[in-house]
Design a protein around this ligand. Structure first.
Ligand SMILES: Nc1ncnc2c1ncn2[C@@H]1O[C@H](COP(=O)(O)OP(=O)(O)OP(=O)(O)O)[C@@H](O)[C@H]1O
Ligand SMILES: [Mg+2]
Length: 252
């Protein structure tokens, strides 16, 4: 059965999509069967692994719209072996028309693919809403990327509240896989104050690895090829490999 991680943080630009695509790539490299699920209408994870939003024959949104479709029929595959349920702009309208019962659609969809994958990574939008609730309902655990550029604490507290609420009302077993510092510029004042305050508040749930600021990750997003594959020896690639290994080990 696939282990499902929601990559979530109620703050824009915290490294969610970059983390989802790069973790996906290193997990594939480790021999895992990985499905990337892009729930964000911006589609940054989808484009970050090489697809153009307008050119995808079937996206996640088609699955939401047509319950007759098998989710496998919407899976697209990257050159490097990562499987993807892609985003499209229509996800915004779908979210608008969702009612509480629809929150479990994603869980149902993904459960039909359970035997096909070892890991699923669900990239989410930065705001609270039906797409993030759907991710929380479908996931076994949440990875929270926190960019250390300031004003992250509020988004983090809100995200943790979201997880607690999900546990109370619709996903009792939801775990917190960990808080992952991303885009870390060691030595900058903002980075060290955010790191310090989060480490104080959430000491036991912070990943022992941080993702450094690395232009290759930015470059990879723009090029449609995860940075960890562009420069596998880069420190940032090593950091994502360490995080991936930790996730795999925790699940054995
Ligand atoms: N470690 C890093 N080093 C350098 N740039 C990074 C790093 N991580 C992310 N970025 C860049 O920061 C920006 C935001 O990252 P990303 O899109 O992954 O965040 P996000 O949380 O998914 O954003 P959104 O909330 O809009 O979905 C992007 O331009 C990305 O290329
Ligand atoms: Mg994103």
């Amino acid at each position: 059965m696939a282990k499902k991680y929601a990559v979530m943080m109620y703050k824009g630009g915290s490294g969610k999509s970059t983390t989802a695509t790069n973790l996906g790539a290193v997990l594939v490299d480790m021999g895992k069967r990985v499905l990337l699920v892009d729930l964000d209408r911006q589609g940054n994870a989808t484009t970050g692994v090489g697809f153009e939003l307008g050119e995808i024959p079937r996206s996640l949104n088609h699955l939401f719209a047509d319950s007759e479709l098998h989710p496998r029929d919407a899976v697209i595959v990257t050159d490097f072996g990562l499987h993807v349920l892609a985003a499209d702009r229509g996800l915004a309208r779908t979210a608008m028309n969702m009612s509480p019962g629809d929150m479990f659609m994603l869980r149902e969809l993904l459960s039909r693919l359970d035997d096909d994958y070892d890991v699923m990574l669900i990239d989410t939008p930065p705001n609270e809403g039906y797409m993030t609730y759907s991710a929380l309902a479908a996931a076994d655990a949440v990875i929270i990327p926190v960019a250390t550029r300031g004003f992250s604490e509020e988004g983090l507290a809100q995200t943790i509240d979201g997880i607690t609420a999900a546990r109370k009302s619709y996903n009792r077993n939801l775990q917190l896989a960990g808080i992952l510092f991303t885009n870390v510029e060691r030595g900058t004042l903002v980075a060290s104050s955010v790191l310090k305050s989060v480490q104080e508040d959430y000491a036991d749930v912070v990943f022992p690895y941080v993702i450094p600021k690395a232009s290759v990750l930015d470059k990879g997003n723009a090029a449609g090829m995860p940075g960890v594959l562009l420069e596998p020896k880069h420190k940032a690639a090593e950091a994502y490999r360490n995080v991936a290994r930790r996730l795999v080990d925790a699940n054995q």
